[in-house]
Design a protein around this ligand. Structure first.
Ligand SMILES: Cc1cc2nc3c(=O)[nH]c(=O)nc-3n(C[C@H](O)[C@H](O)[C@H](O)COP(=O)(O)OP(=O)(O)OC[C@H]3O[C@@H](n4cnc5c(N)ncnc54)[C@H](O)[C@@H]3O)c2cc1C
Length: 394
């Protein structure tokens, strides 16, 4: 996604030099969100980007893995030989975290690639009894699809609630109820000890029968290939880009799931694993590549977005914009037991994040208010009948 978007943004912004896109996967570049939705359910065959690379004069090298980079020589290493560059954009995304001891075990699946989705389709078609490990975004979306396909689904989650890394307990509580509502069983505080043929054994000795197991316990930046390159990585494995998405090596940029960046807006470094970040970051990187190539040393464009993502789960459209911390004040808009509600997070009355369930208008208005750094009247913001934009403190 981020690699494709960088190449397209370069052309859109008037770059006329050669652009080469190298990717390890053999498939035409494709979009990932449909993999846990329409593609998984067989409602769409694939999710290839509708982009005419030839017309844009973007050279595609598919099925080609980059094994290293030598910034001093301005060269990439690939099994087919070195590739020189003037500017390099690292967009290698993220890799799903593997449950220890389960790599290559038959019947244990991950969900990151088109090939993963293709392997999972028969699991749904044949209505296997599925155990999902991890009640995060991917786990919830897979459970939704598997229930829609008629599979019996048990989701096992080591934490005491779903989305433990992303949402506070009081917000996760109503979301936990969605599992049962669709007939999926959610077991929290359930750590997997091992997977045996036909069953998952939990650390407390319980066993859950499983025709197939889908592991969705997070993803890490795919940056192992940068070892020894001298390009700085953070403790989370991300390429630590600066505010202009430049890495520690000259003429090397990083975008998307593999890169973290300093957010002046939120006062911390952010590593965002969502689609919108892989769309917006590349536009900044492209502008800075073009600016640097022009040679007149212009001020680089800074990347400081309000992060945004969506998820479709258990018949609901869930959207989130911004970034919140545990110290921020949480405000409910609407009844979390109902079909549509939102949550706002305020920092000194300034809106910093909004979660909207079936309330896209709250999300759209909230996103603009966050971008503007608007102060809200907490009482009006907590009234779901008041449009969020009308809750601005005068
Ligand atoms: C199943 C699924 C559903 C999702 N749904 C949503 C959603 O509903 N909403 C949302 O906001 N986000 C969603 N996301 C997240 C979103 O898709 C990602 O944030 C986005 O794809 C990131 O783009 P990227 O280019 O950084 O990484 P990727 O799309 O992962 O692309 C990286 C590419 O680099 C290749 N690569 C890696 N290493 C090398 C190497 N050494 N040499 C050559 N190529 C290499 C990889 O093979 C991969 O093709 C979803 C993700 C998944 C997996």
């Amino acid at each position: 996604m981020a690699g494709v978007q960088t190449a397209v943004a370069l052309r859109e912004q008037g770059f006329t030099g050669p652009v080469t896109l190298i990717g390890a996967e053999p498939h035409q570049p494709y979009d990932r969100p449909p993999l846990s939705k329409a593609v998984l359910l067989g409602k769409a065959e694939d999710s290839a980007f509708d982009i005419d690379f030839e017309a844009l004069e973007i050279e595609l090298h598919l099925g080609r893995e980059v094994t290293g980079v030598r910034p001093d020589a301005h060269e990439l290493d690939t099994p087919e030989g070195p590739v020189p560059y003037d500017a390099l954009v690292i967009a290698t995304g993220a890799e799903p975290v593997v449950l220890p001891g389960t790599e290559g075990v038959p019947g244990v699946h991950l969900l990151r690639t088109l090939d993963d989705a293709a392997r999972l389709r028969p699991v749904l078609d044949e209505q296997h009894r599925v155990v999902v490990v991890g009640a995060g975004w991917i786990g919830a979306e897979f459970a939704t699809a598997a229930r829609a396909a008629g599979c019996a689904v048990t989701v096992v989650e080591a934490a005491d609630r779903p989305l433990a890394g992303a949402m506070p307990a009081e917000v996760a509580a109503p979301m936990a109820a969605w599992y049962a509502e669709t007939g999926a069983e959610l077991l929290t505080g359930a750590r997997v000890d091992r997977i045996e043929p036909g069953r998952v054994v939990l650390a407390d000795g319980r066993t859950v029968p499983a025709g197939a197991v889908v592991v969705g316990i997070g993803a890490r930046p795919a940056t192992g290939w940068l070892a020894g390159s001298g390009i700085a990585l953070g403790p989370d494995g991300s390429v630590t880009a600066d505010g202009a998405l430049r890495t520690s090596a000259p003429d090397v940029y990083a975008v998307g799931d593999c890169a973290s960046f300093p957010s002046a807006r939120y006062g911390e470094r952010l590593l965002v694993h969502h689609w919108d970040n892989a769309l917006q970051g590349p536009r900044t990187a492209a502008a800075n590549i073009i600016g640097a190539a022009a040679g007149d040393a212009p001020e680089p464009v800074t990347y400081d977005p309000v992060p945004y993502f969506w998820s479709e789960q258990f018949g609901r459209f869930v959207q989130y914009a911004g970034h919140h911390g545990s110290a921020d004040t949480l405000l409910w808009r609407g009844d979390p037991a109902g079909p549509a509600w939102s949550v706002c997070w305020l920092r000194d009355d300034v809106l910093v994040a909004v979660l909207a369930v079936g309330r896209p208008r709250d999300l759209a208005q909230g996103r603009k208010l966050i971008e503007a750094g608007a102060r809200l009247d907490p009482e009006r913001a907590a009234d779901p009948a008041v449009p969020l934009k009308s809750a601005i403190r005068q």
